[in-house]
Design a protein around this ligand. Sequence first.
Ligand SMILES: Nc1ncnc2c1ncn2[C@@H]1O[C@H](COP(=O)(O)OP(=O)(O)O)[C@@H](O)[C@H]1O
Ligand SMILES: [Mg+2]
Length: 168
Amino acid sequence: MQKYALTGTPGTGKTSVSKLLNEKVISLSNYYKKASEGKTKDGEWLVDIGKLNQILETSNSNLFEGNFAHKLDNIDKIIVLRCDPNILKKRLEERGYNKEKVMENIEAEAIGLIFSESIDYVGKNNVIQLDTSNTDVESISNIIGKYLDGKIKVEEEIDYSERILDWY
Ligand SMILES: Nc1ncnc2c1ncn2[C@@H]1O[C@H](COP(=O)(O)OP(=O)(O)O)[C@@H](O)[C@H]1O
Ligand SMILES: [Mg+2]
């Protein structure tokens, strides 16, 4: 069974998209507490990826959704959701993230951190990225479905690094 990771900076739409996919999905956030030794002072779980792997070892799911998903063992393909940092900023503010947490995340998104990490884990032939800034959740999930069925290739060029210049 092929295993897939659906990853991306918080707010890029992983959880929303995963609900529409015709795969056996696990939301990693449901296991953060179990796989963690405690919380940071911002109230985020300090997730131990080794523990998370152990917990998921016996799972019969094939798609793991969350911003650590690309770091799991035995992942064959990684789908990275992307978003224009200026749009992501609004999504994260609506979620109640404080200024510092918003900046940290939109900077990571602007430099494509998770995309490049993903390539390090499984190689560029096994990673795709999709921009969710101006495409609805349903369309994104359709594209992912076709990609996983081997019906289409996905080759999006996404570079938001210049956004950073506007902020400082
Ligand atoms: N493609 C999209 N277009 C517009 N809004 C979206 C899209 N994907 C997600 N959202 C909105 O962004 C917010 C974060 O989505 P969510 O699925 O929780 O992201 P994640 O799981 O990656 O943190 C939600 O309010 C959701 O409705
Ligand atoms: Mg989520």
